[in-house]
Design a protein around this ligand. Structure first.
Ligand code: ZN
Length: 317
């Protein structure tokens, strides 16, 4: 099914690349050559605008009108499970494919998969929260280890657990936008997709006075039109380079293998922080090991805005 939808959207391009489930993901991948090497290129190009990077006007959301500040963000919740699964597969394949087929229409990648790698740093990211079960456990571990991470939260979960949003920020972490309720944005109209992001931003703004600039689409999926639209609205689209597949009940040892095999300077590690009790137990078990592994191998663990040198928020706090 996805393929079809994709085809409809992307047309022939997709066909070549697709072949697999990951179509959607593919789209999300950087459209131009840069994708192939996602990891390095993105960062490099994206770095800059630290300042003005964000056009808020368009955000229209209520809260926005204010000023720009820069800081971390958050994202929403949803279904960790599907999301990841799709994304990973798709995303890797897709990116490669797209890159081969698309000329170089764009000067810089619209979707970031990793930092420039200029420094031996990595970012831990947790999607789908907050909740009061796993997010709490993740925060407890991060606090104990003295590490900061980026939480891509859903608006729906943020609204349900405002105390967790406050704790995330109080403890020095960053918030990113993961849509309102975790739909496949490529199956919505562009205005509906934008509304998913803005509605979540409104919740966070009302809680914090800040609007999030970092966006991770559910499943890592976007189409070319949405990539452009989000970019025009000033959002920084951030996917990942290291997929732990924690949502799938992956054994801790295997999660560690994914981390060891896929992590490099500039890496962005994907995990989750919301789900029914029992579902992400391996995420909690693996996290201390992941942190120890990274530290022992000389990696500095940073937040996404630090890794990419991009602002996480705009607004006042
Ligand atoms: Zn998700």
């Amino acid at each position: 099914m996805r393929l079809w939808s994709r085809f409809a959207l992307l047309g022939v391009m997709v066909l070549l690349g697709a072949g697999c489930t990951g179509q959607e993901t593919a789209k999300s991948a950087p459209a131009s050559k840069p994708h192939v090497d996602h990891q390095q290129q993105h960062t490099a190009q994206h770095q800059p605008p630290a300042s003005g990077a964000i056009p808020q006007s368009k955000h229209a959301s209520p809260a926005s009108g204010t000023q720009p500040a820069k800081q971390p963000e958050q994202r929403a919740l949803p279904d960790s499970k599907h999301t990841q699964a799709d994304t990973r597969n798709n995303h890797w394949k897709g990116s490669t494919q797209l890159s081969e087929q698309k000329p170089s229409a764009q000067s810089e990648p619209l979707i970031i998969f990793k930092g420039s790698g200029g420094k031996k740093a990595v970012a831990l990211t947790f999607d789908d929260g907050p909740d009061t079960y796993y997010t709490k456990r993740v925060l407890d571990i991060l606090k104990k280890e003295g590490v900061h991470a980026t939480f891509f939260v859903t608006g729906k979960n943020a609204q349900a657990h405002p105390e967790m949003i406050r704790r995330i920020l109080q403890e020095g972490h960053v918030l990113g936008n993961h849509s309102w309720n975790h739909p496949d944005l490529t199956r919505l109209t562009p205005s509906q997709a934008v509304a998913q992001i803005e509605r979540t931003n409104t919740v966070i703004f009302n809680l914090t006075g800040m609007r999030m600039l970092l966006v991770r689409p559910p499943y890592g999926k976007l189409n070319d039109q949405l990539e452009q639209r989000f970019h025009q609205l000033g959002y920084t689209i951030v996917n990942w380079s290291v997929d732990t597949r924690d949502w799938a009940g992956t054994p801790t040892a295997k999660i560690m293998r994914y981390v060891q095999n896929q992590t490099g300077p500039g890496g962005i590690i994907l995990q989750h922080s919301a789900g029914a009790p029992g579902h992400l137990d391996n995420t909690i078990k693996a996290l201390p090991h992941i942190i120890h592994y990274l530290k022992s191998h000389g990696y500095e663990i940073v937040t996404i805005p630090e890794l990419l040198a991009k602002p996480a928020y705009v607004g006042i706090r």
